[in-house]
Design a protein around this ligand. Structure first.
Ligand code: NAP
Length: 291
């Protein structure tokens, strides 16, 4: 079955290119498109075709998989008549993080074109994407779930099915609020340790292995201590995610003060030139040097 499956992958950034490689390894045909074509070209040696535009990528495909920065980028790529290029009964797997409003907008676009829409944002970053270990938070019509799972199985270790399209994105926002809060307090804790003459490595060592010692704290905390921020998830996109959380909270009459404060830290780090660095560079805004 996978041998005949054709997937149009729109967006071959950090996540999309790793995902495209895993689809190819699972025996699927991949036609990839990326706004900056040079980021899609390396996939050719893995067996992908590179398309000049989204419509060419989508032509005759069973699935269109979008993994772009935000809802505007997805709408720009998939708008026009791109969805009509899919094979009969083709399915749109929308895996970018676009929030509640973005999901509604894109779902409407799919409905206008009569294409089944599966809302399927992911948990996991660059390395899990490369290893096919993402967690897919999927929601959408019952009748396309089994078919969609062959794609998700190639990308992740687990697919959590929720009900109607949009529920996956809402769960993703909840997890993102947790991540944003953790990252902000981690940055300030490392800065606080340094300010008080405590070796921040001792802090990480002390919590390691116990209930407070999240592997995430070890990973991002070490980056902060070493001030080395190779990008798994950019500060720009983390700031976008924090804003999506705040938008959604506002729409539901909830004031999230911690997410708001961390968003300010992101803004400062981005203004200082760290937008394309890993999100752990938020530490630069929290540390006394404010580098
Ligand atoms: P990335 O490496 O920065 O790639 C972003 C992609 O979006 C690139 O293909 C970029 O094209 C494209 N893009 C941006 N603006 C565009 C526009 N206006 N029109 C067309 N294309 C546009 O990002 P990523 O880390 O792969 O993230 C992709 C999505 O996955 C995001 O929604 C992100 O929030 C989500 N996500 C990321 C992670 C992670 O850890 N990295 C984890 C979970 C979810 P160019 O190459 O031409 O700039």
């Amino acid at each position: 079955m996978a041998d005949d499956t054709k997937v149009a992958v729109l967006g071959t950034g950090i996540m999309g290119s790793a995902m495209a490689r895993n689809l190819l390894s699972a025996g699927m045909d991949v036609r990839a498109w990326n706004r900056s074509r040079e980021k899609a070209e390396p996939l050719v040696k893995d067996g992908a075709e590179v398309a000049d535009n989204p419509a060419d990528a989508a032509r005759g495909a069973d699935f269109i998989l979008t993994m772009l920065a935000d809802a505007d980028a997805v709408e720009e790529a998939v708008g026009g008549d791109v969805l009509s290029e899919l094979a009969e009964d083709g399915v749109w797997l929308q895996m970018s993080t676009v929030g509640e409003g973005g999901t509604e907008r894109l779902h409407r676009l799919a409905a206008d074109r009569g294409v089944a829409y599966v809302d399927a944002p992911v948990l996991g970053t660059k390395q899990p994407a490369e290893q096919g270990q993402l967690i897919v938070l999927a929601s959408g019509p019952e009748e396309v779930r089994e078919r969609s799972e062959q794609v998700f199985d190639a990308l992740g270790s687990k697919t959590v099915w929720l009900d109607e399209a949009g529920e996956g994105s809402r769960l993703k926002l909840v997890v993102n609020n947790w991540i944003v809060g953790l990252l902000g307090v981690l940055a300030e804790t490392v800065a606080f340790a340094e300010a008080t003459g405590v070796d921040p490595a001792k802090f990480l060592e002390t919590i390691e292995g116990g209930p407070l010692g999240l592997p995430y704290a070890q990973l991002k905390g070490s980056m902060m201590i070493e001030e080395n921020f190779p990008t798994s998830f950019s500060a720009n996109l983390a700031r976008k995610d924090a804003a999506l959380v705040l938008d959604s909270a506002r729409d539901h009459d909830l004031h999230l003060r911690i997410a708001e404060a961390v968003t300010t830290l992101f803004d400062e780090a981005i203004q200082a030139g760290h937008g394309e660095d890993d999100m752990a560079a938020v530490y630069r805004a929290a540390s006394p040097d404010r580098g």
